[in-house]
Design a binder for this molecule. Structure first.
Ligand SMILES: [Zn+2]
Length: 195
């Protein structure tokens, strides 16, 4: 896996994920809904980015979901890194959330770990930024964050493992939010170039 492979995958994923969210909230044909969600599953391995919906939705559900849809947009890719893990190369996408309120100022939200399965990249783990310290390790009251115990990121689903230091990094978007800048500085400080 190269950074270019990871970037191409990341760009495809954020579009496909948004389409899967739109489909989940608007598709009235159950079979078409199932097919669409199943198709999105080719990006995932043991993780669930989009989530399911209730069986047999009614008109009022679709009306509510139509309003909910206004809160979503495709994610922004902020940083991509490559790591050597168990003798193979894994990629990490550091991305914003799908929430509209980050439109002007994308912030770090998810850390999606990507593995190569015989030439096809898939997401194997999902970590989310610690909501108490927002990845800074310090709580709003100045005390050390006990929720993530300094790890900055919290496990969500998929394969759980300690992320080794990256040896390659590409910053796609430099965030302007001060807390996200601290997160970016930390990621950059952990890069250990290949010798
Ligand atoms: Zn924390």
């Amino acid at each position: 896996m190269t950074l270019d492979d990871l970037k191409a995958f990341a760009e495809e994923l954020v579009v496909a994920e948004y389409e899967a969210i739109v489909q989940k909230l608007t598709e009235r044909d159950e079979c078409a809904y199932e097919r669409g969600q199943h198709a999105f599953g080719r990006y995932e391995y043991g993780v669930d980015l989009v989530g399911g919906r209730k069986m047999g939705p009614k008109d009022e559900d679709f009306e509510r979901w139509q309003r909910q849809l206004l809160q979503y947009k495709p994610r922004k890719i902020l940083v991509l890194t490559l790591h050597k893990w168990k003798g193979e190369r894994i990629g990490v996408m550091w991305v914003s959330s799908t929430s509209r309120d980050e439109e002007e100022d994308p912030r770090f939200f998810h850390q999606l770990r990507v593995k190569n399965f015989e030439g096809r990249l898939r997401i194997i783990s999902q970590y989310v930024i610690c909501v108490t310290c927002f990845g800074t390790t310090v709580r709003p009251d100045g005390k050390p964050c006990e929720d993530c115990r300094g790890a900055r990121w919290v496990f969500r689903d998929g394969e759980r493992f300690r992320l080794p230091a990256p040896d390659q990094i590409e910053v796609v978007i430099t965030p302007t939010d001060p807390k996200s800048l601290l997160v970016l500085e930390h990621i950059q400080s952990t890069v250990k170039p290949k010798r």
